[in-house]
Design a protein around this ligand. Structure first.
Ligand SMILES: Nc1ncnc2c1ncn2[C@@H]1O[C@H](COP(=O)(O)OP(=O)(O)OP(=O)(O)O)[C@@H](O)[C@H]1O
Ligand SMILES: [Mg+2]
Length: 272
């Protein structure tokens, strides 16, 4: 029943260490169903590692619940079958196969080999719906390799939709996209989130301002700030670490000696 009220992602005390280096250090994260949550933070903040932990790619401690199901400790395939899908920064589609074949393989991922090998008549309903959602219906017969950069990312998202993913974790999907492709992706996020939960790692600030519902800022493996776009932008802690370059520039400008750049370490010490 709580499952119906929440049915989102609940992360508690998540910790990931690589040979003693703590990449994710006690992260709590609640993402309700229907949210479009942006994860931002400087390079190395632990964003991708959180996605890896949720999807079973790295070992982690703490708790990761989706609905009422504990995901930590399950293997990658089991987590995918529970409706958790992710994309990688470089699209992982089969370039030589057609758009339809890519979706077909994804749709068959949970089925037996015999079902997969059976010749199909027409396009399965789930595949047709995904094609419509990602806007690739007219490209159904093209090899995925000839698609534009943005279309490849959308195909990858389509592959998660035909797998019936209810939680989608997207790692920097708009990197390298044109402005039009970004806007189309933003619209797509809105459609997807109507009955799913979306967590998106993204560096693009303009995209974030336009399409984020909520934002979690990570820094050095910890949650630094959380809230609406306006909330986190107004948070001095965020300005200090995430927009550090802008702050440093301001300090440099105000410096007595214009030839000498401000020492960022000194700036941080002043704040402490
Ligand atoms: N397999 C690994 N082995 C050792 N260290 C790792 C491994 N994966 C990640 N790390 C380290 O963990 C930290 C967090 O990395 P992560 O990739 O999660 O950062 P990120 O926030 O996604 O950064 P970016 O914005 O650059 O993608 C980094 O210091 C990184 O070097
Ligand atoms: Mg990353």
């Amino acid at each position: 029943m709580t499952d119906q009220i929440f049915a989102g992602l609940e992360i508690r005390g998540l910790r990931v260490a690589f040979d003693g280096f703590v990449a994710v250090d006690g992260v709590d994260l609640s993402v309700p169903r229907g949210d479009i949550r942006f994860l931002i933070g400087p390079n190395g903040a632990g964003k991708t590692t959180i996605v890896d932990a949720v999807t079973g790619l790295v070992r982690a401690t703490g708790s990761v619940e989706f609905g009422e199901q504990q995901l930590l400790g399950l293997d990658v395939h089991k987590i995918a079958r529970l409706g958790v899908g992710r994309t990688f920064q470089t699209a992982t589609i089969f370039e030589e196969l057609t758009v339809l074949q890519n979706l077909d393989i994804a749709a068959g991922a949970g089925r037996g080999a015999r079902t997969l090998l059976r010749r199909r008549k027409g396009v399965p309903e789930s595949v047709a719906r995904a094609l419509e959602t990602i806007g690739l219906t007219e490209h159904i017969g093209k090899p995925a390799g000839v698609l534009a950069h943005g279309q490849k990312q959308w195909l990858e998202i389509g592959m998660l939709l035909v797998q019936d993913a209810k939680l989608l974790l997207l790692d920097e999907p708009v990197a390298g996209m044109s402005a039009d492709e970004r806007d189309a992706t933003g619209e797509l996020l809105g459609v997807i989130a109507a009955d799913r939960t979306v967590v998106i790692v993204e560096h693009d600030m303009e995209f974030l301002r336009k399409y984020a519902r909520t934002v979690t800022v990570l820094h050095a493996g910890k949650v630094l700030s959380e809230g609406s776009v306006a909330d986190v932008q107004a948070d001095p802690k965020v300005q200090e670490v995430y927009l550090g370059t802008a702050a440093d520039a301001a300090v440099a400008e105000a410096s007595d000696d214009p030839a000498r750049p401000a020492d960022p370490a000194h700036t941080v010490n002043q704040e402490a």
